[in-house]
Design a protein around this ligand. Sequence first.
Ligand code: FAD
Ligand code: SF4
Ligand code: SF4
Ligand code: SF4
Length: 393
Amino acid sequence: MNRLVITDKANCTGCGACQNICPCDAISMQWDEEGFPYPLINERCIDCGQCIQVCPLINPLPTYGESLEDATVYAAWSNDEERRIQSTSGGLFSELALSVYETGGVVVGAVYDEAFMIHHMVSERAEDLGRLRQSKYAQSDIRLVFREIKQFLAQDRSVLFCGTPCQAAGLRAYLGGVPEKLLLCDFICRGINSPKAYAAYLKMLEQRHGAKVVKVQFKNKDKGWNQFHTKVTFGNGSVHHQDRNTDPFMQAYLRYNLVIRPCCHICKFKEDHRNVDLSLGDFWGVGKHASELDENKGTSVVLANTKKGKRAVEALDARVTSRVMSIEQVYGGNICLRQSVVAGNNRGRFLAELDQAGFKKAMQRYGRPPFITHCFSLVKQAAKKVCCWIGKS
Ligand SMILES: Cc1cc2nc3c(=O)[nH]c(=O)nc-3n(C[C@H](O)[C@H](O)[C@H](O)COP(=O)(O)OP(=O)(O)OC[C@H]3O[C@@H](n4cnc5c(N)ncnc54)[C@H](O)[C@@H]3O)c2cc1C
Ligand code: SF4
Ligand code: SF4
Ligand code: SF4
């Protein structure tokens, strides 16, 4: 049989290149028991082997653009206050998107559907920007957008694509390179979460608030940029608003590493080359290098890895405030640029019990620090009490 067989799930990112290339539409992306999409091949398959050839994990792609050490690094933000506040970081994606719409191009990014599940879409209208912007913290279904992108490029239209580094690699593999009219953009990526776990989290919140979700915003900035506030609004006007230390989904993602896709724990896209025109991210710790660059409203890091990427940033000109920085200044606050996140000890058990237990109970069982860390924090608390007692007596 000359067709894809996935023997090790850590070797599939769910990028969708195989689904897009299949000439027989024989591949659909189906959730596994952990709730991550993987390709499933049906009886229409003719064993042509194109899905194997296109897979960027089976056939690693040649490098594209400069290495990290040679990329031009910026700290930047949108000068439009509202766009900046509505964005996850400094709103650079929005400014790039607007400049592409203005020249008659199309923008491809992740949006929520009616149930707040996530998928990529191609947009020809700047009115869609409100849906496209902001980080969504579960895996986006790429659908058949690579085929649409190919058609727009064939019509000589400019295309801005933004997604995870592995999705960008999937697109590059599907197109066989990066055409001049494509501005390929990714972001520094900590890892992508299970759509099933994210859906279970929303269900838990709906039960708690007694109404349907009407808006989801991760990294909401009502109380500032750097505390990762999650704000979910419900049909009855009630609001869930918690920071990274109290919101259960952010705890599962950032603290206990319970909901991340297997491939992310050995990510193949953290090499010396980013292989895209532009990489976006949060410039965590930028204030340490220049206090005026951290207004707690969102400062983006932008890595211009190609001449095309650099031209695109320079063309933003009066739309953004930017300053050239060094890659070392980025490393300090953003280890995910080079390192994969280690899976939490209870990751497998958490995801396996999610269907039966629901998000709240699964978190009560598995959302806790490893035994050693727990003991260490108990000892620390006890030591504090003793010091306090000695101080008083
Ligand atoms: C899952 C995830 C993990 C991240 N991890 C880090 C990190 O460790 N360090 C860091 O510095 N930055 C990280 N980022 C990037 C950061 O959150 C911002 O998205 C980025 O800095 C761009 O910000 P912005 O203000 O320019 O634009 P925004 O408007 O915030 O970015 C919007 C674009 O990002 C893309 N996007 C959003 N959600 C998804 C998704 N689920 N799948 C694919 N594409 C999506 C879309 O194309 C979207 O239109 C992560 C983003 C995501 C989605
Ligand atoms: S092309 Fe992408 S989705 Fe298909 S098998 Fe390879 S990594 Fe998985
Ligand atoms: S072998 Fe060809 S027909 Fe079969 S799933 Fe792969 S791409 Fe589709
Ligand atoms: S961590 Fe790596 S494998 Fe996981 S979504 Fe991000 S780029 Fe893809």
